[in-house]
Design a protein around this ligand. Structure first.
Ligand code: 3H9
Length: 699
């Protein structure tokens, strides 16, 4: 038996322990160990019952995801759990931490389950584009009922121990030490004459479900699961659990699991699982880098952005000093924050008293000197370099030594901002995404002179305020916006070429964006995009660039906020506006832009390949550490469906040669300016490699 699983006996109770750090994943040695340990238990005449328990921080957290791209090695998990359930003597799972996926399936193969009150159990495979393929989709509906089981599997959300106990997924809550409690529980079961209780033997009565149950369930989940492959597969598994004998429906589960496993969706979602964990690994800022104290925060600028940023800190109990230029602006800012909290109260997620407490943690000030003692200042005024430099020069004068001076710029040069202070090592970019109190992404922009402890402190701060932080280098637009500009640029040009904005948005939406480029532009504010364009010193020399935005802003059409932009708005509903189509036609004529037929495939290629090529340039320049970091940015900051895995993963899925060849096609039509493939893309396309392979080879 492998060391990761050990077999001991305490009197008549066998204790089988899994010890495979960090999360006791079911890698091959664990499966081998479990198979051997339960064979030993079956043969051990002195053992009357077994307790399955895990060492370390958690019960088994699932199959080993790193094995999924390799051929299956026996014993495969469905076989191991079948062997366990078939045991002639009782097995008790003793759960702490999180029993997830294959871990919960292993627990469900046990005849009884006990857990500490802090434990959680669930089947989160859907988040990896998979389903619980080791009998989970067959056992959970039998154990807790069809509707609850579907909810657990479609959401992927774990059940806290008390909920699982109430639903019958956990039989006993152990208040004290888990192993002692589990052994005592097993002995009690023996004394009561309990027999192995096999979930697979429970029969679900189809008549217990309301008519049309599955059709209704599909309708209900449609919005939340739009575009994803796995949820429908899960529903099919549960339909099989209801309509077929267990021996047949488990085979159906394996078939549907293998389809998920082979899908591009699952590959993309698994890629993001590891990408989400890679982002915090910064080669020259190791985990043990010291961090500065961060107990007091000031924000300069109480507009929508500054207010949203303030809420992040207040929400985790950190008081904020909000600096504005005059009382009127300050009052307006505080009113917006209060309004945001009132929405939360209305939704029942906060009480009036909590609202007041949160508001009491924000102190307004009009005086820079009030910022003298804060640990960090985050500047959140509008995108104007001259103004930002002036503010940083003032901060340099008033703030205590060692205070972190951060700018929430979304595009501008952090090094130039830092140069307006005598302490560039303390200056960093913290690019929050709007609305800052809702969006999880935070780009942390490292300047040339930013100190390592300032980076480490900012990364730690991001965790505290529950943001997904990606460290990026300094260039116009950093990673997120720099790659977003080509996407908007192509959308704008296609409008001039005669494609309706709503069609572009629909194609992008169907591809997997939460909102198309035109809807997003209107939401962000066309005037904001125009300002950014104007601040972009070395923007492309191109009359057509962002042309529609410029013209619409001239007409006072600023987007959603002014009731009209690329669309006109009836309430919050975007409606196509013939005036915009007419404007596009007139502008195209004036600029000599040809009207052409563009199919959906071209819309996708132009929107996303232009973005991907910018990503390749960003990688060459070292602005992003890894292609997967870029993917995390897009999965969290721009509503790109996780089943695409982010733009760089999507490029790998399409094949870099295909991306490059499509670019060359557009280069022929539009010239070199935008469609010259990045040297990295050229090289990888020639070598038949992916961004992912390139990244691994450099690691
Ligand atoms: C499944 O079970 C399929 C079956 O139904 C069918 C099979 C036939 N495998 O997240 P953390 C690594 S699918 C491999 O930072 P936390 C992780 O990459 C699986 N590695 O810790 C990280 O590595 P590193 C269903 C894994 O305390 C380290 O462990 N299960 C796995 O914040 C620490 O992870 C799931 O989807 C894994 N399964 O959170 C659960 N899990 O240090 C996935 C983690 O090198 N896991 N690692 O970066 C989780 O949700 C969280 O890791 C957990 C702990 C909540 C357990």
């Amino acid at each position: 038996m492998a060391d990761v699983v050990t077999y001991d006996r305490d009197g008549d109770i066998a204790v089988i322990t899994v010890d495979n750090p960090p999360v006791n994943a079911l890698s091959l040695p664990v499966r081998q160990g479990l198979a051997a340990a339960f064979a030993q238990f079956e043969a051990d005449s002195k053992a009357k019952a077994a307790v399955l328990i895990c060492a370390g921080r958690t019960f088994i957290a699932g199959a080993d995801i790193t094995e999924f791209d390799k051929p299956i090695e026996e014993p495969w998990l469905p076989k191991v759990v079948a062997q366990m359930e078939a045991c002639s003597k009782i097995i008790v799972a003793a759960i702490h931490g999180t029993a997830l996926g294959g871990g919960f399936e292993t627990a469900m193969a046990c005849h009884y389950r006990c857990a500490v009150p802090t434990a959680k159990v669930g089947l989160p495979e859907v988040l990896l584009g998979l389903l619980a393929g080791a009998t989970g989709t067959q056992r959970l509906p039998r154990l807790i009922g069809v509707k609850d089981a579907l909810d657990v599997m479609i959401s992927g959300a774990p059940m806290p121990a008390d909920v699982a106990h109430k639903r019958g997924a956990i039989d006993e809550i152990i208040e004290g030490e888990l192993l002692d409690g589990a052994k005592a529980y097993a002995r009690r079961l023996l004394s009561e004459g309990a027999l192995p209780r096999r979930i697979s033997e429970i029969v679900i009565d189809p008549a217990s479900l309301p008519d049309g149950f599955f059709a209704d369930y599909r309708k209900d989940m449609a919005r939340a699961t739009r575009g994803f492959f796995a949820p429908e597969q899960i529903v099919k598994c549960v339909e099989a659990a209801v309509s077929q004998p267990y021996s047949e429906s488990v085979l159906r589960e394996i078939e549907l699991f293998m389809e998920c496993m082979a899908s591009t969706h699952s590959k993309a979602q698994r890629h993001l699982f590891f990408a989400d964990r890679e982002i915090s690994k910064i080669p020259d800022v190791p985990k043990d880098t010291p961090v500065r104290t961060l107990e007091t925060v000031a924000i300069v600028g109480g507009g929508t952005m500054g207010g949203g940023i303030a809420m992040n800190f207040v929400n985790v109990g950190i008081p904020v000093l909000l600096k504005e230029v005059n009382q009127e602006a300050l009052d307006r800012g505080l009113k917006i924050i209060r309004g945001n909290y009132e929405v939360v109260v209305k939704k029942g997620r906060m009480t009036e008293a909590q609202l007041e407490k949160h508001m009491s943690m924000i102190t307004g000030t009009l005086d820079y000197d009030a910022l003298a003692d804060v640990d960090i200042v985050i500047e959140a005024v509008f995108e104007n370099m001259a103004l930002k430099k002036e503010i940083f020069a003032t901060l340099d004068r008033v703030c205590k030594p060692g205070a972190i001076l951060a700018s929430n710029t979304s595009t501008l040069d952090i090094d130039e901002i830092a140069a307006s202070t005598k302490r560039p090592q303390d200056v960093i970019g913290l690019h929050f995404f709007a609305p800052a109190n809702v969006m999880t992404l935070l780009e942390i922009v490292r300047g040339e002179k930013t100190a390592k402890d300032v980076i480490a402190t900012s990364m730690a701060m991001a965790k505290t305020i529950r943001k997904v932080a990606v460290l990026v280098g300094c260039c116009f637009g950093f990673v997120a916006n720099r790659m977003f500009f080509p996407y908007i640029r192509e959308s704008q040009l296609m409008i001039l070429e005669g494609v309706a904005p709503e069609r572009i948005d629909q194609v992008a939406f169907d591809w997997g964006m939460a909102m198309g480029p035109n809807g997003v532009s209107d939401l962000s504010g066309l005037d904001v995009l125009e300002k950014v364009r104007n601040e972009w010193i070395d923007r492309p020399d191109d009359r057509v660039f962002f042309r529609m935005i410029t013209k619409l802003v001239e007409q006072g059409r600023l987007g959603q906020k002014s009731g009209a932009g690329i669309y006109k708005y009836e309430g919050r509903n975007a409606v196509a506006d013939p005036a915009v189509a007419a404007l596009a036609k007139a502008e195209a004529k004036a600029l000599g832009v040809a009207q052409i037929d563009i199919n959906d495939e071209e819309i996708i290629e132009r929107l996303f390949y232009s973005m991907i090529n910018e990503g390749a340039l960003i990688l060459e320049e070292g602005i992003a550490l890894r292609p997967s970091d870029i993917d995390v940015v897009y999965a969290n900051g721009y509503g790109m469906a996780r089943y695409r895995g982010g733009p760089m993963c999507y490029a790998d899925t399409v094949g870099l040669k295909n991306v490059r060849d499509a670019m060359l096609k557009y280069r022929k039509r539009y010239g070199d300016l935008y469609w010259t493939p990045a040297p990295l893309l050229e090289q990888l396309a020639d070598d038949g490699k992916t961004f992912d392979q390139w990244s691994r080879e450099r690691a």
